[in-house]
Design a protein around this ligand. Sequence first.
Ligand code: BJW
Length: 236
Amino acid sequence: MTHRNIVVLTGAGISAESGVPTFRGADGLWEGHRFEDVATPEAFARDPELVQRFYNLRRAALSTVQPNAAHHALAELAARWEGDFLLVTQNVDDLHDRAHADPLPGMGFELIHMHGELLKGRCTRTGLVSDWPGDMAAHEPSPDHPDGWMRPHIVWFGEMPLHMDRIERALAACDLFVSIGTSGAVYPAAGFVDLARRAGARTVEINLEPSLGAGLFDEGLYGPATEVVPGFFAAL
Ligand code: BJW
C-alpha cells in the first residue's frame, strides 16, 4: 500500500520506555490525587503551590531521560518522507524535539504539542509563551506584565488544545493515520481516528494493548513502542 500524507498521534506510551511515567497506568495517581483533579484551571486557582510542584518535579525529571528508538524512528521518517508528514503529540515532554534535533538537523519536520510543553511558561495576563527551563513559584511574577503571573504552558481539562485547525486540516487530507501509545481516554485527540477514517485514511494503532478505541482502527500492532514503531515505519 502506498501513502503520501501521514499524520501520527503520540501519547504517553511512546515515552514510557524512556522512563517518563504514563497517566493511567498502575502508578497513574499523583500524591493521592486523580490526575483529572490536578490538571485543571480550577486546581491551579485553588492550590497553585500543589500544581506548580507537580509540574516542577516533572520538568526537572526531563533532564534525566532520553529519546528512545520510537522517537528516533519518527524523526528519521520525517526526514525522508516526501509527502506531508505531521507529528501531533499529546506529550508535554521534549523527547520528540530532541530526537529530531539529534540525528538529522535541519530537515523539515512539523511537530505540534497539542497539550503544551513542560519547558515553557505562559503569562496569565497576556498569554505570552516563553521558555521556562527551571522551577516556577506558586506566584511567579510574569516578565511580560506587571499584573501577570506565570503558569505552566499546559492544556488542562476544560481548556482548548493547541493548533486544532492545523491538525483537523491535516487529518482531512491524510491517507495514513497512526496512533501510538495513547489510551484514547482524552478528547479531542481520541476522536482523531474518526476524522481520519472520514477522509478515507488507513488507520493503525500501536500500543502495548488495545486502547479504548481499538475497534475504530483498521489495524492494531501490539507490543512495546521501541520494538514496534521502528519496524512499522521502516517498512513504509
Ligand atoms: C505503551 C507503552 C509502551 C504504555 N509502548 N504503548 C465527557 C466525554 C467526552 C469528553 C469530555 C467529557 N468530559 C470532559 C470532556 C473533555 C475532556 C476529556 O476528554 N475528558 C475525558 C477525561 C473524558 N477534554 C478536555 O477538556 C480537552 N479540551 C477540550 O475538550 O476542549 C474543548 C474542545 C472541543 C472541541 C474541539 C476541541 C476542543 C483538554 C484535554 C487536556 C488533557 N490534558 C492532559 C494533562 C496536561 C498535560 C500534562 O500535564 O502532561 O494531557 S490529561 C493527560 O491525558 C495528558 C495526556 O496528554 C492525556 C492523554 O493521555 P495518554 O497520552 O493517552 O496517556 P495514558 O496514560 O492515558 O495512556 C498511555 C497509553 O500508553 C496506554 O494505552 C498504554 O497501554 C500505552 N503504553 N507503555 C506502547 N512501552
